[in-house]
Design a protein around this ligand. Structure first.
Ligand SMILES: Nc1ncnc2c1ncn2[C@@H]1O[C@H](COP(=O)(O)OP(=O)(O)OP(=O)(O)O)[C@@H](O)[C@H]1O
Ligand SMILES: N[C@@H](CCO)C(=O)O
Length: 357
């Protein structure tokens, strides 16, 4: 019989790209997705758990539209994928999952990356699989195929990562619940076959330093841009000069952000991008004007400014004057008729955590 077990899973939000590092760098920040997991020998009420032995409750961002159905919800679909790779088709009876999500959805703050990481941790814990964080990353990378958000959310801090190329046979298996095909449950299809275990060490990462005085101001508009849409507007081929532009800046940026005191002139220029932000401007009213007009000259304390992940959130890195920098960005969005909320966030150094309660 199952013994009573209770855990808390905590996963930070993340901001990917930081200007030139498209699909390469991610920054874990202090806003969290939290799950309280209870595995109990009995159910409080009869029939409260579904055919996967699971009951989900939810509060916070997405409360009114995130599916609580175990085979649709990204967190539990991911956990089921991890379990099925180990020939386990259900959660242990009776599993109750309470999700508290503070990360706004579809705003460029890594909500799906956090959900995928939470799901992998959930699968590992419920299946008692004892996977290491490095091995769990392989599962996360099979689902979210760009490593920037998931690596930051799992490992914490400011990270750079690259992926090994997947064998097309592994990449195309329909049992894998790809995060960007949501909300349609087109991935994670139950074919009766065991899904493929990910190859070992799909991803490789390195944690950079981070100057302790730098905080991240997230200006979060009140509309969503799905990552799939925001990737859909990008070209498939780039001019060589634009790639060189980004590579030069990224090489400087990863070290510039470790230096105390940080140099605003170096960082502001090193956060410029020609690979994704210009193309995404048509999805985000006011974006080019905001990125060009909020500078270290106009706003003392500002180091650099960029689109957070796939947008529409604007991320400003700064050392002082957080409120006035935020107000300046909000004012420019307001002029486009867009309301925003603001969060001043710290680096989340530790990444995802699981704690037995
Ligand atoms: N806590 C959650 N529980 C279940 N599903 C979630 C959760 N958070 C996000 N998702 C799923 O991920 C989708 C948002 O993912 P999307 O990749 O479009 O944006 P994002 O991850 O917030 O932004 P970005 O990837 O640019 O940082 C949501 O619409 C939802 O389907
Ligand atoms: N690097 C990704 C992050 C969003 O998930 C992008 O910009 O599309």
């Amino acid at each position: 019989m199952t013994s009573f077990r209770k855990y808390k899973i905590t996963v930070p939000c993340s901001s990917a790209n930081i200007g030139p590092g498209f699909d390469v760098v991610g920054l874990a920040l202090s806003m969290y997705l939290t799950i309280v997991l209870i595995i109990s020998p009995s159910a409080e009420t009869p029939n409260s758990h579904d055919s996967f032995n699971c009951k989900i409750t939810y509060e916070g961002e997405g409360k009114n539209h995130i599916s609580l159905q175990t085979d649709h919800n990204l967190i539990t679909r991911t956990a089921l994928y991890v379990l099925k790779c180990h020939s386990i088709n259900k959660f242990p009876s009776y599993t109750t999952i309470h999700i508290d999500n503070q990360i706004p959805l579809g705003r460029g703050l890594g909500s799906s990356g956090a959900a995928v990481i939470a799901g992998v941790l959930l699968g590992n814990t419920t299946g008692q699989l004892n996977l290491s964080k490095d091995r769990m990353m392989d599962y996360a990378l099979m689902i979210e195929r760009h490593p920037d958000n998931v690596t930051a959310a799992m490992m914490g801090g400011f990270v750079g990562s690259y992926l090994n190329e997947l064998d097309p046979k592994d990449a195309e298996r329909v049992e894998i619940p790809l995060s960007e095909v949501l909300p349609e449950p087109a991935g994670g299809i139950d074919t009766g076959r065991q899904p493929p275990k990910p190859p070992m060490q799909i991803g490789h990462y390195i944690k950079f330093g981070w100057a302790k005085e730098i905080k991240a101001i997230a200006v979060i508009p009140n509309f969503e841009v799905a990552t799939a849409t925001s990737r859909g507007v990008l070209p498939t081929v780039y001019p060589k000069k634009d790639l060189i532009f980004n590579l030069q800046r990224l090489a400087v940026l990863t070290t510039a952000l470790t230096r105390s005191p940080p140099d605003p002139n170096l960082i502001f220029q090193a956060m410029q991008d020609k690979i994704h932000q210009p193309y995404r401007a048509r999805l985000i009213p006011g974006l080019p004007e905001i990125l060009a007009s909020v500078t270290p000259e106009t706003d003392e304390g500002l180091l650099g400014i960029c689109l957070s992940g796939a947008g529409p959130t604007i991320l400003a890195l700064a050392v002082t004057n957080f409120d006035s920098i935020a107000a300046n960005i909000v004012k420019r969005f307001n002029a486009e008729g867009i309301l925003c909320i603001v969060k001043v966030l710290e680096l989340a150094r530790d990444g995802s955590q699981i704690q037995e309660l």
